[in-house]
Design a protein around this ligand. Structure first.
Ligand code: ACO
Length: 325
């Protein structure tokens, strides 16, 4: 027995912030942001919106496409570092919005790798026979955690949610394997002191800038490229397949230069790498499920394709999932 993704969904907050709008707020340029990151716009959560509501929309879309009702679910796992509360978890809030009760619901906090980690946990638990139908969500709102006066981080992040429905089933298709890694040694490369939604773009200026995201971009860049190459090779090797067998990689959408550098080291052509960072920015744990949903919608993934998901983020954490679609 294994687990298989049977449907996906995605949702974003309603406000789009283009690079040109950021030019009006800080000393930056559309040209700098595009050439250094590949980002042209991002969605930002505003004060009158709830990220749980955004996640609910993505979840209901995935459930409808799976032909299921919320009552069919046996567990909810959310990869997030953006819960409104220290506790209860984001997953418990989402469970309530979906009108459910009593099924297990919990968060996995691995920053940008949250969805990759959550997928691995869901797959292992389903293999063990514990659950048959699981809702897996990646949702984050890191735009609310930046200091809008710090141009080196403010331009990078966007908000959103992606959802998938997984079922337990036998057969060749489904999750073939996952590998997860972390290295607390590098925690200072990317961190934020407080948990949860803090200062949306339309709110009053942040009271304490020490509470905003802190990042050492150039060091992080180098470690991300190395880790993502390494984890991709390892998960492929362990499954007994080769890089040539891969139909598509769906990488975490942090920065086009990181994505291209990893693809180049792996010897993969652009046609095998899905990107949408230009329209979303870095949506942290939401980036892989949002990209997966768009890849399916645009016909880039077909039955029996070999698909690899990978991500690297604060922790540091990184990981990859290999899937026979
Ligand atoms: N607009 C204009 N200029 C800027 C901006 C901006 N938004 N941000 C920084 N600069 C300036 C800097 O001040 C610096 O100026 P100086 O030379 O006069 O001092 C210059 O641009 C170069 O700055 P660097 O930080 O060296 O630029 P770099 O080419 O390294 O790009 C970036 C910065 C995009 C942050 C890059 O390091 C990066 O992408 N790192 C990875 C960060 C990341 O993706 N984090 C997300 C989470 S981790 C993950 O998901 C993998």
């Amino acid at each position: 027995m294994g687990s298989r993704i049977v449907a996906t969904g995605r949702a974003t907050p309603r406000t789009v912030i283009t690079n040109h709008e950021l030019e009006r707020r800080m000393d930056t340029s559309d040209e700098w942001i595009r050439t250094r990151t590949g980002i042209a716009q991002r969605y930002a959560l505003c004060t009158d919106e709830s990220l749980v509501e955004v996640a609910e929309r993505a979840s209901r879309q995935a459930l409808a496409r799976a032909g299921m009702k919320p009552e069919d679910l046996e567990a909810i796992i959310v990869g997030t570092v953006s819960s409104d509360f220290g506790f209860p978890s984001f997953a418990c809030q989402l469970q309530h919005r979906l009108g459910l009760n009593s099924i297990p619901a919990f968060d996995v906090a691995a920053a940008c790798s949250g969805f990759i980690y959550a997928l691995s946990v869901a797959d292992a638990t389903m293999r063990a026979g514990e659950w048959s139908r699981v809702l897996l969500v990646g949702a984050d709102a890191l735009s609310t955690m930046v200091d809008w006066n710090d141009r080196s981080t403010a331009v990078l992040f966007g908000d959103g949610a992606g959802a998938v429905v997984m079922v337990r089933e036998a057969g060749q298709r489904g999750v073939l394997g996952s590998i997860l890694r972390s290295s607390g040694e590098y925690w200072e490369l990317l961190s934020v002191r407080n948990r949860g939604i803090q200062s949306p773009i339309d709110a009053e200026a942040r009271a304490n800038r020490d509470d905003a995201i802190k990042m050492k971009g150039p060091e992080l860049f180098k470690i991300a490229v190395k880790s993502l190459e390494d984890i991709t090779r390892k998960v492929i090797e362990r499954a007994g397949v080769s890089l040539d067998d891969l139909s598509l990689i769906i990488p975490h959408q942090a920065n086009l230069r990181i994505i291209n550098a990893v693809a180049q080291r792996l010897g993969l052509g652009a046609e095998k790498v899905f990107t949408n960072v230009d329209r979303y920015g870095n949506t942290s744990a939401a980036s892989v499920p949002i990209a997966l949903d768009e890849a399916i919608e645009s016909g880039r993934i077909r039955d029996n394709d070999l698909v690899l998901l990978n991500a690297c983020g604060g922790g540091l954490t990184w990981g990859a999932n290999l899937i026979r679609w």
